[in-house]
Design a protein around this ligand. Structure first.
Ligand code: G3P
Ligand code: CA
Length: 283
């Protein structure tokens, strides 16, 4: 009899431990949800893990997935039109070849910017900057990157004109941010649009950025957005201490996202907006 009871107790103990979630797991999940609710979710080149980058398909996907911002790379055509494309050539993301700046708008919009990603996206065009802001203003935030600005003299003025024409340069407009790896271009843009928050992008060569350099950036920038591989707790603290926020790039796995959440960054720039728990995927 005693032996029967002992065996029964053992079975109860094993089944209980198999099916009961330990208390610490639910606390940790709750903390994670809280952490992520504060996290700004930026869809890199649109939701570019799901649709061809910098196309209306990718921006629309990010909007449907309820990202907080879409990130858009802005360059200029030969005839001075602003367009959304990342590389300085069209080779990787279209069926054409050659430099972006050698195409007129009409020519570049004849290229297929979607077929490389998947047959269902064939026929996507390279959108103009104005088309993107007209479609999404007031609906989702815009993180505008002045890409390779040194190749396009006057690009800062053109972006400023497009925003001012639409009254999108107003004070406290927190849904537009302008950033660049070209820090002179950021300074120039900030002078034209003093009420729009600006950010400096920082590649891995900025891993040892000093407090003095951060203080200098903070004279014109509101964000220090680094390559995620140089993010440490200490760097996050120093950026915050300098009065700036941090949105690291480019998150392509959930593990990378979780690691940045733990570091207390302010948001992440990701190809997959579903990595921020508050916005689950909707197909
Ligand atoms: O927004 C940051 C990120 O877009 C910078 O890198 O090369 O993807 O433009 P890249
Ligand atoms: Ca970019």
């Amino acid at each position: 009899m005693t032996r029967k009871i002992a065996i029964l107790s053992l079975i109860v103990m094993i089944s209980t431990s198999m099916f009961t979630v330990p208390a610490f797991a639910s606390i940790s999940d709750a903390q994670t949800v809280q952490q992520q609710k504060k996290m700004v979710n930026i869809a890199h080149r649109g939701a570019s893990g799901h649709a061809p980058e910098n196309t209306m398909a990718a921006f629309e996907k990010a909007f449907v997935m309820k990202a907080d911002y879409i990130e858009i790379d802005v360059q200029m055509t030969k005839d001075g039109e602003l367009i959304a494309i990342h590389d300085t050539t069209v080779d990787r993301t279209t069926n054409g070849t050659g430099s972006v700046g050698d195409y007129t708008l009409e020519e570049i919009q004849q290229l297929d910017a979607g077929g490389w990603f998947g047959p269902e996206f064939a026929g996507e065009r390279i959108p103009t900057f104005e088309e993107v802001i007209d479609t999404y203003r007031g609906k989702i935030g815009l993180l505008i990157e002045l890409k390779s600005a040194e190749l396009y003299p006057g690009v800062e003025e053109k972006v400023a004109e497009a925003l001012m024409k639409r009254n999108m340069h107003k004070p406290n407009n927190k849904k537009i941010i302008i950033q660049s790896f070209n820090h002179a271009s950021v300074q120039q843009s900030k002078a034209l649009l003093p009420n729009i928050p600006h950010g400096v992008l920082a590649g891995t060569s900025w891993a040892n950025v000093t407090d003095e350099q951060l203080a200098q950036f903070a004279t014109y920038a509101d964000f220090f957005n680094p390559n995620m591989n140089i993010v440490t707790d200490e760097l996050v603290d120093r950026v915050h201490h300098a009065g700036m926020k941090m949105y690291p790039y480019t998150v392509r796995t959930q593990e990378q996202a979780n690691n940045l959440f733990e570091r207390n960054v302010d948001g992440i720039i990701t190809d997959f907006p579903e990595y921020v728990y508050k916005h689950p995927v909707k197909n």
